[in-house]
Design a protein around this ligand. Structure first.
Ligand code: TMP
Length: 197
């Protein structure tokens, strides 16, 4: 199984990911927990660059996220799935569609082509959207905001709407969870969907 988690910054992905990982460990399932951008030396360097540079054009930003993904797929995701390990990934292609497509307004077909090249056609079996109103998500973010988190509320609103549109277009792949609910409740729904409960 290849499971990805998506949502605006502060939507509570990390909590649910930790809870799912703990449950999978308990069930003695072999899995890797990854995050994007990151989890390769190149990806971690790009993560630092992307969070810290003051000025990055939207197209440059797109190219850097996709570069990190291409490396992660080639070096980690593909070999692990081939070995029969499960993958839990904090963000994947849909982050690019939501942030660079809906948020920045870049061409969606271009993003699709670049994502396809980076992923070698590897699509998640399940994508879990943690949905939360922008105002509530902003309150949950830490005081140390990175470049993306400092974007105006209107940007995060576009990203949130983008996620909902993406999820509604592919209901078989997506599970939408309401982050205002307790994480334990959401975990139960997720485990049922994964048939781990
Ligand atoms: P994180 O802090 O949730 O791991 O995500 C890093 C930031 O990068 C977050 O603000 C979302 C953003 N992002 C994109 O804009 N496009 C992408 O393709 C990815 C993977 C992340």
């Amino acid at each position: 199984m290849f499971i990805t988690f998506e949502g605006i910054d502060g939507s509570g992905k990390s909590t649910l990911i930790e809870m799912l990982a703990a449950e999978m460990k308990k069930q003695k399932l072999k899995f890797k927990k990854l995050r994007e951008p990151g989890d390769t030396p190149l990806g971690e360097s790009l993560r630092t660059l992307l969070a810290s540079h003051k000025s990055i054009t939207p197209v440059a930003e797109l190219a850097l996220f996709v570069a990190a993904r291409a490396q992660l797929v080639q070096d980690v995701i593909k070999p692990s799935l081939d070995k029969g390990e499960h993958i839990i990934c904090d963000r994947y292609t849909d982050s690019t569609s939501a942030y660079q497509g809906y948020g920045r307004g870049l061409d969606k077909a271009l993003i699709r082509h670049m994502n396809n090249a980076a992923t070698q056609g590897i699509v998640p079996d399940l994508t879990c959207l943690l949905d939360l109103p922008v105002g509530q998500a902003a309150k949950r973010r830490s005081a140390n905001l990175d470049r993306m988190e400092r974007e105006a509320n209107a940007f995060h609103e576009r990203v949130r709407k983008g996620y909902i549109a993406l999820a509604k277009a592919e209901p078989k792949r997506w599970l939408i969870l309401d982050s205002r609910k307790k994480p334990e409740e959401n975990l139960e729904v997720l485990l049922k969907r994964l048939k781990l409960f």
